[in-house]
Design a protein around this ligand. Sequence first.
Ligand code: ZN
Length: 503
Amino acid sequence: VRAVDTTRANPRQRQLIAAWSEVRALAGVEMLLSWDQETMMPTGAAESRALQLAAVAGLRHERLTDDTLLATLAACEVDALDDPAAAALAREARRSVDRARKIPAELARSLAAARSRGVAAWQRARGANRFALFRDELAHLLELKRQEAAALDPVQPYDALLDEYEPGTTAANLEILFEPLERALSDLVRAVASSAGRVDSAALRGTFPVDRQRALGRRIAECVGFDFERGRLDASAHPFCMGIASSDVRFTWRAEEADFRPGLFGILHEVGHALYEQGLPVEWLGSPLAEAASLGMHESQSRLWENHVGRSVEFWRWLLPLFREQFPDFPCRRAEDVWPVLHVVEPSLVRVDADATTYNLHVAARFRLERALFDGSLEVDELPAAWAAEMRRLLGLEPTDDNHGVLQDIHWATGLFGYFPTYTIGNLAAAQLFASACSDVGGLGEHIAVGEFEPLLGWLRERIHRRGAWLSPAELVHEATGAPLGSAAFLSYVGEACRSLYG
Ligand code: ZN
């Protein structure tokens, strides 16, 4: 991979990158406003924030659809014919410009405002544990997203949404990947339920003061390689990570005093995202190549650190002394004693707290529900009941209330339809990438066991982070692992844990 050398770029390419830097800066302002809304903003400011976000989104849309930019891009496409760096640059710019030009400016502004109001309504509904308080905003957002998708692709509107997050992916391709996976996972969950094996999860019970969890979480983030000079960690209702700029990567977490898992694994998850953002190619800064390849690739980084590193025996060899420093009453003395507790397979109601085996069944439910909402075969008012039916079918459980059911995720409230499948793509890619890293880097486990994360991070930097958006996500996985994305590595990862715990 050759860098986009801006000093060698011709004037037209420099002009494109200059225009792009401004578009990216405006996107950073939008992220900063959203970050503030989810971490700091007084609830009374919801309406003014919606207007601010709509104004900035309108500006960004204006810049992106500017005729001069289009002419510059067209000239760059001609220059790019025999230069792969210029071709990748033009291809990524073309993707965004074409999408933006198909969406009317008024719709772009309305969507930004509706997303902001959607989050505010979702937070109110969560506070009251009542879906009814979110219902109208959701219906409005869904209508706007339908208009957006139809403008992008009147024939396959849902695919147009998927394509924003996972370039090149279609619902039909995902069905082929997901259906056998769903069957295999359902079989596994049933086999575990009927097995005699039980894991004593007594170690999970206890008191884990939040300030101590925070101290430990920050230390872990630092040790795995997060640079706090170029980012920060804060609290929010729904954890997330935002690459506001390469020098300003912010991630959030939430903690529970009675259970250390949401806090610890939330930090490891989001720091995986954050390391990706901090590792994007600075030499391509300001160009559309200095972005993550896709959200599925993003999720592969978070799940790799959360599950393949964070739940491993090797990681706990390193972590346990630090953990017991903060929580001296923690009953496990050896990493081997912690491992089973972290691999319990247990159908549960909340996706973000789900174990690695049942997690993708939650995603399957949302993928099915959002397509039904989208094509009109499911009405917004029927959503809570349909949600409960999916949970019963896939996991044998029914939500006890709206917060543990239809209100648990923020995604639809911010207009993210077509986003959930990227979680499963990420889980599959994480397993495949980690298996490749283990075979490429000698003694990776021994490094992790003594808190040396640089060999793994270095491999990820080289194979994934520094590639930016140079390759499509499918090409990137293939290049890094020598095979197309599949579910074999993931199924072997969860299968091995199940066999060892449940026989
Ligand atoms: Zn994530």
